[in-house]
Design a protein around this ligand. Structure first.
Ligand SMILES: [Zn+2]
Length: 267
């Protein structure tokens, strides 16, 4: 049986599955970030891909997003559970909490963000990019496990690898966004173009460039991100395990129909 669930792990989530066999996958878009480990989690066959490679050698602006999603698709994956470290832009999105994305804002530039760039016009809807079925399963699992989680949130995605200036951070916060990250886009939309379900689990590590009017909240440093992220990884693993245990085979969402009505080119 194919692995229909793929896990894209951000930092710190490189040892999640049991009895793994590593598979080197080639795609039309080149090699994915690393070999893909196919093994079991909670008794379910899953495919695991470390977004930044096992040794964390690929920075966010150089992740081969198209190859990663294409490789998982080639293996039969139709649902992705992904983790991302994020900075918080709101006081209530506290470092140490988890959050589930329900919207994104793309502030990256120059990234290859579509599979449809050759003689074909496809306009896929990104109105509701994240899978509502998986998000609901994750929310219920977190509540049952007593893990503090925000069940929705908008992530603004910047190019990186640098962190934001205070003025940039203030601008994003004033625009109403909740979190900031460097690797959520275009991964989410590429998954959608492959008609996959995508669950984005955010691990809140810091308050970005600090919060306006809060002198007690200091700008982010990489050491702080690493420390809080480490504390959060166990919670994320528990959520992912519960989601996998509680996800029925059948997809009741509309993610598998995301290309219906999206093709403009006449055949
Ligand atoms: Zn879905």
């Amino acid at each position: 049986m194919d692995a229909t669930i793929g896990i894209i792990g951000g930092s710190g989530l490189y040892s999640l599955i049991d009895n793994a066999d590593d598979v080197a996958v080639e795609t039309k878009y080149g090699k994915p970030s690393d070999v893909i480990s196919i093994g079991t989690l909670a008794g379910v066959k899953v495919a695991f891909l470390p977004r930044h490679a096992k040794k964390h050698t690929i920075p966010p602006h150089k992740v081969p997003y198209r190859a990663n999603i294409a490789a998982l698709s080639q293996l039969g994956v139709n649902r992705i559970i992904a983790t991302n470290a994020v900075g918080s832009l709101k006081p209530e999105y506290k470092p140490g909490f988890l959050a589930l994305f329900d919207q994104f804002v793309n502030a990256t530039s120059g990234r290859n963000d579509t599979f449809f760039d050759e003689d074909i016009a496809v306009h896929v809807s990104s109105a509701d990019p994240y899978c509502p079925q998986l998000r609901n399963i994750a929310s219920v699992a977190a509540r049952k496990a007593g893990i503090p989680i925000h069940e929705t949130g908008t992530v603004v995605v910047i190019n990186g690898p640098r962190f934001s200036s205070k003025a940039e951070s203030r601008t994003f916060a004033a625009q109403g966004h909740h979190m900031i990250n460097m690797s959520q886009y275009p991964e989410i939309m590429l998954a959608r173009e492959k008609q996959m379900c995508y669950l984005g689990v955010a691990l809140i590590t810091d308050y970005d460039a600090g919060l306006e009017g809060r002198l007690d909240i200091k700008p982010v440093t990489n050491d702080e991100v690493v420390r809080i992220f480490g504390e959060n990884v166990d919670k994320a693993k528990r959520i992912i395990t519960e989601v996998i245990k509680n996800t029925p085979q059948e997809r009741t969402c509309s993610c598998s129909k995301s290309l219906e009505g999206a093709l403009m080119t006449k055949k």
